[in-house]
Ligand binder design. Structure first.
Ligand SMILES: [Zn+2]
Length: 134
């Protein structure tokens, strides 16, 4: 199945198991590239205290023989066309989810922006992103 992107007009072709496009809140079909730009713009428009949900991508950089591994963390949108490096702040316990991991996201630009991100539990990749002061 093919569709034209509502924003750039490009034909979205299915890739792998994906449809090649996403659907926005108005039902418009949007290609992955435009979705990435849109997510970036929306993130930069967020006011202090505002929240959104993106996804956490964990990449193992190095595995240690005895235990543990060293990882790199990124916030991504669902097609992965939007991504930013996250700084790991701390890992803690959570009553219900079992674990919570806190991250800092800093964006440079005309107005540098800071966000606090939290991921709960082990069986999902949802990342709760909140704009903070500074
Ligand atoms: Zn597009």
């Amino acid at each position: 199945m093919e569709a034209n992107c509502f924003i750039c007009g490009k034909v979205c072709k299915a890739e792998g198991c994906g449809t090649g496009y996403g659907v926005d809140s108005h039902g418009h079909k949007i290609c992955y590239d435009c979705a990435g730009k849109l997510d970036e713009r929306n993130l930069r428009k967020m006011k202090i205290g505002e929240k959104t949900i993106h996804y956490l991508k964990r990449t193992v950089i190095k595995k240690f023989e005895n235990a543990g591994e060293s990882c790199e963390y990124e916030v991504v949108n669902w097609p992965g066309t939007f991504r930013h490096h996250l700084t790991l702040l701390r890992r803690g316990r959570h009553n219900i989810a079992g674990e919570q991991v806190h991250f800092r996201l800093s964006l440079s630009g005309d107005t540098p922006l800071r966000f606090h991100c939290v991921h709960y539990g082990f069986s999902n990749t949802q990342l709760h992103v909140r704009r903070i002061k500074g």
